[in-house]
Structures are given as structure tokens and as C-alpha cells.
Design a binder for this molecule. Structure first.
Ligand code: AMP
Length: 389
């Protein structure tokens, strides 16, 4: 079974990432960006060598499902007669009842489609490539891996909003996201950071989307994202935690409708909205524009405040782990967060931080800090293989 090739698909609203795994080895990585606008594909081997990308110019895909279909001839060429044993998909929302990865059936797809209103910007794009594959190749097993699944261990007190109880029963509660990333980190902690793996750890997944997860012995106990992937930390273009009265004000006093508020909160806020410069941390760190600096300060302030909030949920803190694009690459951001968390016992080793760790705190630091690269696609490949059994 470990010799079988597993495809991994991670589809978003305007991009589709794909990989092929054999065992834990990644053989192929690619992505189509700009779907619906100006689609462009790129691909590289697992070792990072660029490959001639798929040519999508004949019929430019307008949806992630069309992108996957358009990729198929190129993938068939690459496979050169070998066949995929299955495709694993990242599905953002498993709702209250689906935590463990599951083989996709038509019935499961219908059930997952019911969660589209809970994640309107992600769920439809996750499901449409599954449906398209099922229609074209019904015998190819597909597995749905849920980003909410890892957080089902969160105690109920940390899952509910203080709304009328019936609302929680209707599914209006905190779910949490980035679960595949956190699950990967939890899986490698015993080797990568054995002294904290069994303890109280906050993992900071800081990328274009950003959240924190409080783990006790590798299990999720609290997280900053909630009902949607909008809550918690400010992100590239998402606002993060917001007083709900702001939304009421925008709708009642400023006449914005739901679509306009959605566009504001998901696409025009966060680092982009604050800085007026970019949603990309590389641009912000390189910028002299004062509001770009200020946006980074707001981000660091919120990360540090929320680390403390999650440490409270854990009853203390033994470890702080940075991961994802910003967490793995931006030493200046890690330094600022660690300094703001100094009062909790985080004592940075500057040279180790500049060298990307993996351990970035001083020998005597009460809290051990680490940089650990995440790998959501490998997690999906492992789950898919396990579900195939
Ligand atoms: P992700 O969503 O995990 O792919 O992370 C994307 C974010 O990581 C973007 O905001 C990038 O600017 C940021 N990023 C990637 N590389 C670096 C780097 N070397 N320094 C700072 N930020 C980076």
C-alpha cells in the first residue's frame, strides 16, 4: 500500500494546489492561481525542481473544479501509465458530526454541501472538484479531510458562544480551522520538541490565514478561529476578532448590505486594510510606509494577546511553536511576538531565531520556542492512505 500514489487537492476560491505522494515522499507539487481571472499554473518535483507547467490557455478554467479537470491530461502524461490509488481533499468544514477523514460518497457530499452557508468562501470550492472527479471517474476513491476535525476535542465550554442555547444546537458555535496543520505539528512534536510534546503548547499558524491553537499533550483545547475562518487574529485580508456591533453599525447606520460587509471583512481588511500597502508580509516588512509598520505592530499585538489568552485556557504555557509562511520565515515577527510574550517566560535566543531554530529560545527559557514547518498536504496524503486501509 505504501507504494501507491496518492493525489492531494487543496482547492480555494481562486487557486487549486495539487500534490502527488508515494508513502510520505512528495513526488509532485503544483498549483493553479488566478482561477476566474488569469489562470496560471506552475509545477515542480518534490525536490523543488521546476517542471514545464500545464498549459491552460486553450480553455482557461473559471472555477477550481474546471481547473482540476483541465489539469488531468497533464497529470496523465506525468503519471506515464501509473495510476492514482485515491485523491485526498482538504475540506474546510466537517460540521458538528464529521471529524475523522472519510471516504467520499454522494450522500457525504450532500451532507457537506449543507455546511456551505457556514463557510461560503471555502466549502463550495472544496466540494466542486470532488464532485467533478466523481462524475468523470466514479471508481477513483476520494477522501475528505476536514480542517475542523482536529478541534473536536475542545471542551464544550470553549466551543459555545454565549447566545441562546438553541443556537449552539443549530450549529452556531466555534469550530476552529487550520486543523490539518495543527494535526501535523502535533504528530511531529514528540520528535521535534520532545520536552514540550506532552505539555501545554500554543501553536501559531501564521500565514496569509492566521490562527493559534492551544494544545495539551497534542490535543486541541482552544483555538482563535471560531464559527468561521474570519475570527481571531488579523490576517492578510481578513479582519479577525471584531465587536459584532461594528457589523450592526455598518448595516444600519451606513446602509451596507451583507455582501458588502462580507467583502469588507474577508477581502479588504486585515494587513491590507490597515496598511493600504499589501496583504503580503514580505511587502509590509520591506515597506517604509508608516501604516505598513503599524499594521505589523497590530498583528504582533494581537498574536501576543491571544497567546496569553490560550495560555490561560491551558492553565500555563510550556511551549510556543511558530509555523506557516510568516511563522516559518519572518524572524522579525517571531522576535516581536516572543518579546511581547517575555513576561510569560519566553526568552528568545536571537542567533537561533535568525537561523530559524528549530529551537529559538535560550537554554534557561521557561517556555521553549520552536519553528516547525507545517505540511498539511502530507497529513492529507497520510489520512487518505489510512482511510483506504
Ligand atoms: P502561507 O499562507 O502559509 O502560505 O503564508 C503566506 C504568507 O507568508 C504571506 O504573507 C507571505 O508574505 C509570508 N511569507 C512567506 N515568506 C516570507 C518571508 N521570507 N518573510 C516574511 N513573510 C513571508
Amino acid at each position: 500500500m505504501s507504494e501507491d500514489l496518492i493525489g492531494v487537492v487543496n482547492a480555494g476560491s481562486s487557486s487549486l494546489k495539487f500534490s502527488i505522494y508515494q508513502g510520505d515522499a512528495c513526488l509532485l507539487n503544483g498549483q493553479v492561481d488566478g482561477i476566474g481571472v488569469r489562470p496560471a499554473a506552475k509545477a515542480k518535483t518534490g525536490a523543488g525542481e521546476a517542471l514545464p507547467p500545464p498549459d491552460l490557455s486553450a480553455v482557461p478554467p473559471t472555477t477550481p473544479a474546471e481547473a482540476l479537470v483541465a489539469l488531468m491530461p497533464w497529470l496523465q502524461d506525468w503519471l506515464a501509465g501509473r495510476r492514482l490509488a485515491a485523491i485526498g481533499h482538504r475540506v474546510v468544514h466537517g460540521g458538528p458530526n464529521h471529524a475523522a477523514p472519510q471516504r467520499v460518497t454522494a450522500a457525504l457530499l450532500d451532507e457537506l454541501a449543507a455546511f456551505v452557508p457556514l463557510a461560503p468562501l471555502h466549502q463550495p470550492h472544496n466540494l466542486s472538484p470532488i464532485r467533478a472527479t466523481m462524475e468523470r471517474n466514479p471508481s477513483l476513491p476520494q477522501v475528505a479531510c476536514f480542517d475542523t476535525g482536529f478541534h473536536r476535542t475542545i471542551p464544550e465550554v470553549a466551543q459555545v458562544f454565549a447566545l441562546p442555547w438553541e443556537m449552539a444546537e443549530r450549529g452556531i458555535r466555534r469550530y476552529g480551522f487550520h486543523g490539518l496543520s495543527y494535526e501535523y505539528i502535533a504528530s511531529v512534536l514528540p520528535q521535534a520538541a520532545p520536552e514540550i510534546a506532552g505539555g501545554r503548547v500554543v501553536v501559531a499558524h501564521l500565514g496569509n490565514g492566521a490562527s493559534l491553537c492551544a494544545m495539551k499533550a497534542g490535543r486541541s483545547m482552544a483555538t482563535t478561529m471560531g464559527f468561521s475562518a474570519l475570527d481571531g487574529l488579523p490576517m492578510g485580508t481578513r479582519c479577525g476578532q471584531l465587536d459584532p456591533a461594528v457589523v450592526l453599525h455598518l448595516m444600519t447606520a451606513e446602509g451596507m448590505d451583507a455582501k458588502a460587509v462580507e467583502a469588507l471583512l474577508y477581502r479588504k481588511s486585515g494587513m491590507l486594510g490597515l496598511s493600504g500597502v499589501s496583504s503580503d508580509f514580505r511587502d509590509l516588512l520591506a515597506s517604509d510606509v508608516p501604516r505598513a509598520r503599524f499594521a505589523i505592530e497590530v498583528f504582533v499585538h494581537q498574536v501576543a494577546r491571544n497567546v496569553a489568552s490560550l495560555a490561560a485556557a491551558l492553565g500555563g504555557l510550556d511551549g510556543l511553536v511558530f509555523t506557516a509562511g510568516v511563522g516559518e520565515n519572518a524572524a522579525a515577527i517571531r522576535q516581536a511576538v516572543c518579546e511581547a510574550c517575555g513576561w510569560m517566560g519566553v526568552e528568545l535566543d536571537h542567533a537561533a531565531n535568525a537561523a530559524r531554530g528549530p529551537r529559538i529560545t535560550a537554554a534557561g527559557s521557561r517556555v521553549a520556542g520552536y519553528v516547525i514547518p507545517t505540511d498539511e498536504n502530507l497529513m492529507i496524503a497520510r489520512h487518505t492512505r489510512a482511510v483506504l486501509g
